[in-house]
Design a protein around this ligand. Sequence first.
Ligand SMILES: Nc1ncnc2c1ncn2[C@@H]1O[C@H](COP(=O)(O)OP(=O)(O)OP(=O)(O)O)[C@@H](O)[C@H]1O
Length: 383
Amino acid sequence: MSTETGRARRTVEVTGATTSTGAVPAVRLSSVSVAYGGTVALQDCSFEVARGETLALLGPSGSGKSTALKAIAGFENVVAGRVEIDGRDVTALPPSARGVGFVVQQYALFPHMTVRKNVAFGLQARRTPRAEIKPRVDEVLRMVGMFSYADRLPRELSGGQQQRVAIARALAGRPDLLLLDEPLSALDTRLRQDMLVELQQLRRDLPDVAIVHVTHDQAEALALADRIALMRNARLESIDTSEKLFHTPPTEFAATFLGGADILPVRAVADIAAGEIGVLDHGGLPVRARSVDGVAADRHVALAIRPWAWRFTRTSPSNGFEVEVDDVQWRGSTRHVRVRIIATDQRLGVDVPVLEHAPAPGDRLYVDVAPHDVHMVPADKSA
Ligand SMILES: Nc1ncnc2c1ncn2[C@@H]1O[C@H](COP(=O)(O)OP(=O)(O)OP(=O)(O)O)[C@@H](O)[C@H]1O
């Protein structure tokens, strides 16, 4: 933080740059890089979030999600690029001058202060007139369902309740931009589900607020986000609407991280026109798939197939392979069956609804998939 004062002295520039819809985005990152000593934690990252939009930053541990969020909030030293909030270049401004609400994983409430005082703290620090503080604190505590707990201390609350207070505290300053860093990851499964519903409600209560939500949980991203930015190795790998990223993944990584697809290396047997179904070769075995963009004969590509797209069959499949079952995992509503394609040794996962019969380890049978449930993606050379 010691560098903040120096950085804050730089002039604030209003750029007026707009999104494709003509509106100034709530936040825009342009080629932002952050490094810690020799470690590049975020490289050349660019995206924007519109007012009223929720963007999830999704990716594995260490991929740079939190770093991107902290760069927006002003807690990281941006070594290259620029951060704009509401059209203002804030790259050089300290966190307190950026007007964003920030909620972190571990609540970070002051332990000796009541809920009410925790929520009021930021308002007092910003010298909000006294008469405004109480109604504003009441309003945000009601919004997160914590009004009746206003006089309790944090240690007298459950984890979920503390996280609600942390969200209320972030909302008290009426930010146009709310940054959520893994807000549910410290909670148990049941509480996460409840809080997910509450965050969806909060989203409806705050139609003009832009939200950037960091998570490594694809279900959380799909439930809450309009668009998802997939992070990998300090870079933004793909960004699109949640629907498009899920249904037509652009890369192997998108297909595997979002939706748990397995990847089959294949070669196009003949040209396949955009939108058409064609035949590909997987280790000498034919498999049909639809190509979104078209692919030329002999090109090596990959097929991404989700575990729920396969069906087991005892007779020769119309589009599939003979397999042997390796193991079966019970996952509550489904059984996840790991199989091996006998001819190529390729491993695949197949989900079977728990009420249906699942094969046993050692069984030999076939898997079948509809060609339109097979997604063609470029072969990942970095994998
Ligand atoms: N203060 C720091 N000092 C040095 N390296 C750091 C620091 N903070 C993060 N890193 C490194 O930067 C990279 C990105 O970290 P970041 O916290 O942004 O990842 P993440 O995607 O949010 O991961 P997680 O889901 O585990 O929180 C990692 O390699 C991490 O080890």
